[in-house]
Design a protein around this ligand. Structure first.
Ligand SMILES: [Zn+2]
Length: 217
């Protein structure tokens, strides 16, 4: 996979492949935990609940002590990792369906909106309203609601993106084994590839080889 990095997210553990973080938005980086979506090259960086916690650490959404505490808690609870993993993948695929539909200027499918609403309502119930420097907002505690704590911010990031984002800037890398989602922050909305160094460069090399072959032929 060209867009993976070996990340040592837990000290003392072997590094594991994680998706390159190609965009600022947590929700889009989370979508990219499935590489090559809807292609023959599809492969999943998330293979269990452990990977979900590690991804959030990799993405900078949680700090190391919180990640360690979550691992400890989920590993010690029967089905803890499995429940988290199931929710993570379901939410990711709902958000992916919505993202790829909205960016083509199509109305979201009612069943996807309803499915997302189901999770959002569950997470709202798991949270608590607090007032601090950021005003009123809902927080989730890792020790009582690990899934909401990890995945609630992903959904919130998606809401934020759809509230202020320009759909013409919501893009997917055209490399056929990638399809990573990103938000184009460039001044003239000219970004094409998830990363110039990987997918962009491979396309350049392919073009060059084709030209060489034509010349030789
Ligand atoms: Zn790419």
């Amino acid at each position: 996979m060209s867009n993976s990095v070996y990340a040592r997210v837990r000290p003392g553990r072997a590094p594991k492949p994680m998706p390159s973080l190609v965009t600022d938005e947590l929700c889009l980086n989370f979508l990219n935990s499935l590489n090559g979506r809807d292609t023959a090259f599809e492969s999943d960086f998330l293979t269990g609940g452990e990977d979900v916690v590690d991804f959030m650490r990799h993405a900078g959404a949680i700090d190391l002590p919180t990640a360690e505490a979550l691992h400890h808690q989920l590993a010690g609870r029967k089905g803890g990792y499995t429940r988290l993993y199931k929710r993570a993948v379901e939410i990711r695929e709902i958000l992916a369906a919505l993202f790829f539909c909205l960016r083509q200027d199509q109305a979201p499918a009612a069943e996807d909106v309803a499915a997302l609403d189901g999770y959002w309502q569950e997470f709202i119930a798991d949270g608590a309203l607090v007032y601090d420097a950021a005003g009123f907002h809902r927080i989730w505690r890792p020790e009582t609601a690990p899934a909401a704590f990890l995945l609630g911010p992903v959904i919130r990031s998606f809401f934020d993106l759809t509230a202020v984002g320009d759909w013409r800037r919501m893009k997917a890398c055209p490399a056929e084994d990638c399809h990573f989602a990103f938000y184009d922050h460039s001044k003239n909305n000219s970004r094409v590839w998830c990363q110039m160094a990987t997918c962009g460069n491979r396309a350049k090399v392919r073009r060059f080889t084709r030209r060489q072959k034509r010349r030789a032929g």
